[in-house]
Design a protein around this ligand. Sequence first.
Ligand SMILES: [Zn+2]
Length: 236
Amino acid sequence: MKIAENVEMLEVKIPRGDNFSIIYPTLTWDNSHLVLFDTGFPHTASFIVDEITKAGFDISNVTDIILTHQDVDHIGGCRELLALAPQAKVYAHEVDAAFIDGRKVPTKLDKLEQKKRDGSFTDNDLPFYTMLKDGFAVAQLPVNKTLKDGEVLDFCGGIETIFTPGHTPGHASFYLQESQMMICGDAANISADGKTLQGSNPAMTWDSELADTSLDKILTYDLNGAISYHTGFLKF
Ligand SMILES: [Zn+2]
């Protein structure tokens, strides 16, 4: 779905058992750059590649991959995509970069390992734990450039990094200055009535108070629209 002159929100359906989940990675471009935001789960990169092709682009031309945060459904396809676009540079906020490149145990995995240590881990935790453990084992990768709050990448009309912690310690959102679109990652979801942005799902949030502050920060920007990775596009 084209949402601005140089912004395409991809709608990627990923089979999960008998059902599927939908994610919304985003492309933006200029004459010399093709930038992808977030990369899906491990072993599902082909679904993203198909949507990139349908949007009229070739995965081999991707120059930059920007990861909003460390979670396995955002970094999981990055290695596979890099095999098809080896020149692409990988970016993430400096705080979450340490979880993405393996210097630190990813936040959601660490929480479950803490439960193992203190004896509160139950059988119900096992499927999620196994998914995270196996997923990160194949997903973690080096980050080529770490980003700071307020830093602007000077391509595609200007891409501003906005530090929006809460969902994870180093979550970042990205403001496309030319189109005034916000790439929210998991810092915001569209409400059930489809009219407003709300904060990160509390059950999946590292620090809810910080997440609320980050949503407020997103809403201070002049926005034509926002893309939430799990709930899609909201026009303002
Ligand atoms: Zn997510």
